[in-house]
Ligand binder design. Sequence first.
Ligand code: NAD
Ligand code: LMR
Length: 343
Amino acid sequence: MKAGELFRGAKTRTDRCIVVAGASGGIGQPLSLLLKASPLIDELALYDVVNTPGVGADLSHISSPAKVTAFLPKEDGMKHAFTGADIVVIPAGIPRKPGMTRDDLFKINAGIVRDLVKGCAENCPNAYLLIISNPVNSTVPIAAEVLKAAKVFDPKKLFGVTTLDVVRAETFVAEITGQKNPAATTIPVIGGHSGETIVPLFSLAKPSVNIPADKLDALTNRVQFGGDEVVKAKDGAGSATLSMAYAGFRFAENVIKAVKGESGIVAPTYVYLPGVDGGDEIQKATGCDFFSVPVELGPGGAKKAINVLKDVNDYEKKLLAKCYEGLTGNISKGIEFIQNPPK
Ligand SMILES: NC(=O)c1ccc[n+]([C@@H]2O[C@H](COP(=O)([O-])OP(=O)(O)OC[C@H]3O[C@@H](n4cnc5c(N)ncnc54)[C@H](O)[C@@H]3O)[C@@H](O)[C@H]2O)c1
Ligand SMILES: O=C(O)C[C@H](O)C(=O)O
């Protein structure tokens, strides 16, 4: 199979196309599998610097409707992969090893995200961009700056994927409460996506949950540092991939459903607050331009940022104070990387 080949015989790009950039990786492959199985997608385009022809050939044998295309950088592969895409999901970049912070990934992943988002700005300026690559706290500001410089920035269409924090909160809470279906409880997790910038709001769970006081610190810590748990268990072989693929698919599916007109979809995601309705007051309260909050999704992307800050309890206020501190530095670092690029 040649890169770029349409695996199910179609000759042209179809109209509901989702690109996975980093499709051959630990997240990219299972995420692509879930997307291929989704009836909501007409074409799944795989882009990576390696192995997409093989991953594409493999996925193309699945008897679901989505056509699969696969691209490598050679022969203008990025251009062909991105042109006409509706959604680009980006899990490209290196993962952590034990002892590393997400910020340690910045050196390599910042440039990868910059270049991929440049490709999006040039070839699919209207696409919804879902950024998974770490450090999300900085890679999303990088993406915003690249899109601004190209004069195609629509803040309603740029999302940092923080769904894994929500998924973990649901799971770990259910381990305490014994609920049979963890995902049936909605738990807002806000802030950023690393350590103390991740702030779970158990007091706002719906339906409400009763967390015993002596378990609250450990539960909060587990959600904030759940990524470390996986990095340690994988022992040098990377970080969360399967749970991230589940989370990334869940968020992508929400975006697709909202774009197709389904109403009432709300999901926490890391957005540029000044560009989203309702974001200004959250920006004022947090001092952060980028922040993950529950966002109502609509046909244009982020329809409204929901201000849950006014409802948090004192315990959560203390967590938030630490979050703001860490997050502002991460955001500035991303912006600086584009505005004053390293020589
Ligand atoms: N947002 C989250 O909640 C979350 C969760 C888990 C992991 N992550 C992050 O996702 C990223 C990927 O993790 P992984 O485990 O899949 O890593 P991986 O190394 O298994 O896969 C990354 C893939 O990206 C590809 N790649 C590298 N440079 C590229 C480029 N310029 N263009 C296209 N593809 C490129 C690689 O070839 C590889 O296939 C990491 O940065 C990780 O920290 C984020
Ligand atoms: O922990 C990591 O580095 C990967 C990811 O951000 C996670 O939360 O699992």
